[in-house]
Each structure stands twice: as structure tokens, then as C-alpha cells.
Design a protein around this ligand. Structure first.
Ligand code: MN
Length: 141
């Protein structure tokens, strides 16, 4: 049985996006356990119990949206230190600025650029936040 050293929680209500993420992790990040939730409420529960190393949070969710879920994560002493990446189809500069202001570690737009995404996940799991600043700058263009 495979031993996972780190875990990532993906909160996403779209089944195809979730399936794609499982595929990416299996192929490119096989040592990382991918936890899944299809609502923010379930995601918050899993985050509090499993304390993943990174959370990837869809913005458009039924019930609580991604911004509201981020607030809950930041208010909880158990989860406030976990980096959270926003993933969204909303790609306007104002969306990116809003996400930066709210405390997301990074903002990724759909459709996913797989190679960039994997590099970002690897950087965050390694605690390399210097490269994340570059991600924000790229989004500004
Ligand atoms: Mn969604």
C-alpha cells in the first residue's frame, strides 16, 4: 500500500473537474493524497479533521462559496495556516485582485494550465512562497 507524505484537499462541485484533478495527481503527483469535497461545508469538515497541506478551492460552489469558505478556514486556528488556492472560471483582473485581498495564496483560472498548476502545487507543498508572488504578477498582465 502506498504511503502518502502530503495531502491536498480539492473542493469542487463539478465532477469532470474533480476527475481531471484525480488524473493529474495520479500521473504527476503520485505521492500526494488527493482528498475531495463537492461542497464548501464538507470541505471545511474534512479540512478540520485531516489538516491537509494545501487546499484548492473552487469559487463557484452551491451553499457557501469559495470566498465564504476561505473566511471560515482563516478564522479557525486549526486551518488558518493552510495555504488556499482559488480556482475559478472568473478571470477578470478584479476577480484576481479580490482573491489576493482576501488571503488566497494563489488564483488559478479555468481551464487549467496543467504544467503551471503542477509547478504551483509543488511550490506550495515545498513551502516556496517566493514563486507564488510571480504567479500573482502574471495574473496582473
Ligand atoms: Mn463550481
Amino acid at each position: 500500500m502506498e504511503e502518502y507524505r502530503q495531502s491536498v484537499l480539492y473542493v469542487e462541485d463539478n465532477e469532470l473537474n474533480m476527475a481531471l484533478m484525480h488524473h493529474i495527481f495520479k500521473k504527476k503527483l503520485p505521492s500526494v493524497l488527493l482528498l475531495e469535497a463537492d461542497t464548501a461545508e464538507l470541505g471545511l469538515s474534512i479540512a478540520g479533521q485531516q489538516l491537509p497541506d494545501l487546499i484548492i478551492l473552487d469559487i463557484g460552489l452551491p451553499g457557501l462559496n469559495g470566498y465564504e469558505a476561505l473566511e471560515c478556514l482563516k478564522l479557525d486556528a486549526k486551518t488558518c495556516h493552510i495555504p488556499v488556492v482559488a480556482i475559478s472560471a472568473f478571470a477578470q483582473t478584479s476577480d484576481v485582485e479580490r482573491a489576493r485581498g482576501k488571503g488566497f495564496a494563489a488564483y488559478i483560472t479555468k481551464p487549467l494550465q496543467v504544467t503551471d498548476f503542477i509547478n504551483l502545487v509543488k511550490s506550495l507543498l515545498a513551502g516556496d512562497y517566493a514563486s507564488i508572488a510571480v504567479t500573482w504578477e502574471q495574473n496582473d498582465n
